[in-house]
Design a protein around this ligand. Structure first.
Ligand SMILES: Nc1nc(=O)c2c([nH]1)NC[C@@H]1CN(c3ccc(C(=O)N[C@@H](CCC(=O)O)C(=O)O)cc3)C=[N+]21
Length: 295
């Protein structure tokens, strides 16, 4: 038996996201010309976390670039919960607003679950409302969380049919892990959700044809956790300090160790991250069309 040499290919999420945004922009232009419809996305940011500010600015810029309207609402860090709920009620009632995103995490005085359940499910472009989570779980049309949607788009583009493949999702958050598992199940994968209490986590990961890492711990998934030839989707975005005092971004997977083992892997940055924003625009377009009966 000769040794199998695996050439690990990076999945270019940045390029795929750019293409997706271009297709969305075309559809937005077409909707404007044919129906006078211009989708609008409202983004609400509470507080001044620098990373969140950069991220919200990127979203607004890409929303405008796609030909949609962007509404930005920046509230003070000590905003009372009632004030945020009142803003959401106004956005729910505003016909120019087709999508609403409240940037997470929220400050401690605000109950995030209460906020998310106040958003009209039809405008819930994050897909975090229990109605959308439930609709996804039972196989009805839902607005699907952007990051898992982006992951599955990349997988289908690179692997084609996912039917029968073994998928292991590491992480059980409502934002990524659980909806990612639902979407993979819908693609007829055999799905395991693994987490910090999973017995023999490395061994569980080694069974995966598709390994999705969404734990939020820098480089936790090691090279020898990966089955040779597997496709690895790294959802982690971790900012870690460098010796020179600056920071660098790393994923939840030890990217260098995965070389020569994984078949395909998403890099960080440039993998899943850009897909998240592109899918947010996709969801805003979908929401706008459904709200006027065009789907
Ligand atoms: N309600 C809500 N919805 C979200 O979708 C949401 C949120 N809150 N809170 C924060 C997280 C984080 N998140 C990212 C999206 C894109 C990149 C992204 O584009 N990353 C680039 C570069 C990042 C960089 O250079 O800093 C990349 O990975 O290539 C990162 C992070 C969405 N989030």
């Amino acid at each position: 038996m000769g040794d199998v040499v695996i050439e690990t290919k990076p999945i270019d999420g940045k390029a795929f996201a750019a293409g997706l945004r271009a297709r969305i922009a075309e559809e937005v232009a077409r909707l404007g010309a044919a129906h006078g419809l211009k989708p609008g996305l409202a983004v609400v940011l509470v507080g001044e976390d620098p990373a969140s500010q950069v991220y919200v600015r990127n979203k607004a810029a890409q929303t405008l670039e796609a030909g949609m309207t962007s509404f930005e609402h920046k509230l003070a860090v000590d905003t009372p919960e009632a004030e945020l709920l009142a803003l959401i009620a106004r956005l729910n009632a505003d016909p120019a607003v087709n999508g609403i995103l409240v940037q997470l995490p929220l400050p401690a005085q605000i109950d995030a679950m209460k906020v998310l359940s106040t958003i009209d499910p039809a405008k819930d472009v994050d897909g975090f409302h229990v109605v959308n989570a439930g609709r996804l779980a039972v196989g009805l049309d839902a607005l699907v969380p952007c990051t898992p949607l982006g992951c599955v788009m990349l997988l289908k583009h690179h692997l084609g049919n996912l039917s029968g493949l073994k998928a292991v999702v590491v992480g059980r958050s409502n934002i990524v892990g659980k909806p990612a598992a639902q979407l993979l199940l819908k693609e007829d994968c055999t799905v395991t959700i693994a987490h910090s209490r999973t017995r023999d986590l490395p061994g569980e990961c080694r069974t995966a044809d598709i390994l999705v890492a969404a734990v939020g711990r820098p480089e936790m998934v090691r090279g020898d956790w990966i089955k040779p030839g597997a496709t690895v989707i790294d959802v982690g975005i971790n900012r870690i300090p460098k010796p020179d005092g600056k920071t660098r971004l790393v994923g939840d997977v030890a990217y260098q160790e995965a070389q020569g083992i994984a078949g395909l892997i998403t890099p960080v940055p440039g993998g899943v991250g850009p897909m998240t924003i592109a899918c947010l625009l996709q969801n805003t377009l979908t929401a706008a069309k459904r709200q006027v009966g065009l789907e």
